[in-house]
Design a binder for this molecule. Sequence first.
Ligand code: C2E
Ligand code: MG
Ligand code: MG
Ligand code: MG
Length: 285
Amino acid sequence: RSKRRGRGQITVYSREIAQEMKRATQLEQALRNAIISDAIDVHFQPIVSLSNNQVVGFEALARWNDPDLGFVSPGVFVPLAEERGFIDALSEALLRKAAEAALSWPRDLFLSFNLSSAQLMDPGTSSSVLSILGRVGFDPHRLELEITETAVMSSADTAHRIIADLRAAGVRISLDDFGTGQSSLGRLRDFIFDKIKIDRAFVSRINSDRASEHIIKAILTMCDGLELEVVAEGIEDYAEAVKLRTLGCGMGQGYHFGRPADGIATLRFLHENYYDPAVAERVSA
Ligand code: C2E
Ligand code: MG
Ligand code: MG
Ligand code: MG
């Protein structure tokens, strides 16, 4: 009897595993089709200067709304594309779209783009990024690439070479999600980063948890000494923005300033929120 129950359990588990595998395969097929048919979109979220609330750039965020599957998070489909070996095709299409959209923005605004960890293991990444920028006609000095520490550590030599080549062409490098995952302060000694993005996990607790406030203060002091720019991610309300500005954090990003929005809505946002110092100077002269 117990034997039979055991066998029954095995059947249940294997059926669940089979279903899970089937779902993953369906998702993979749908994602491949979406890439081929150019159905993955890119949205943009403003990054502002905390001293005057002026927008200084936008982060590109991938969006996939499938007719059958509905909205699929980039937190799901980006890792899937990495696992199944087609992150290059996805990322190239996204960078091309993002850079094309950014051509319509004022020239002093930057575009920030997330590079996946798999791309930092591929020696072809720097030339691929630069050739896309060349084809689109987007100045590499206006591009920032967001990477995570795990990505740099997993294939250190290749990653360092890619980063050096991109920086030599004028691209800036941001360290994303700082303070989470396998953070190692030692990485900062390599001077391969231009900017640090403090993870939302600290920012969201800055007014309720003394520890988070102290950690953010320490990060800001350290970045000041290392001459790194700082962005606080995930600012959701006015009190957080005020606190971070008071502590001397240079830039902020989060729902308080603007949610990720499509290319058209981003142009509308700029129309309503962008203050052009050059135009203001001409008018007052
Ligand atoms: P990330 O690069 O750290 O992006 C920030 C995430 O926080 C985004 O989630 C953004 O929508 C969300 N966010 C921004 N402000 C707030 C806020 O005030 N509150 C809260 N709760 N969330 C906020 P999203 O768009 O779902 O992206 C998740 C992750 O997927 C990204 O994290 C990034 O790691 C990855 N990803 C997104 N687009 C791309 C892409 O084009 N390429 C690659 N390789 N990865 C991407
Ligand atoms: Mg990012
Ligand atoms: Mg982040
Ligand atoms: Mg993240």
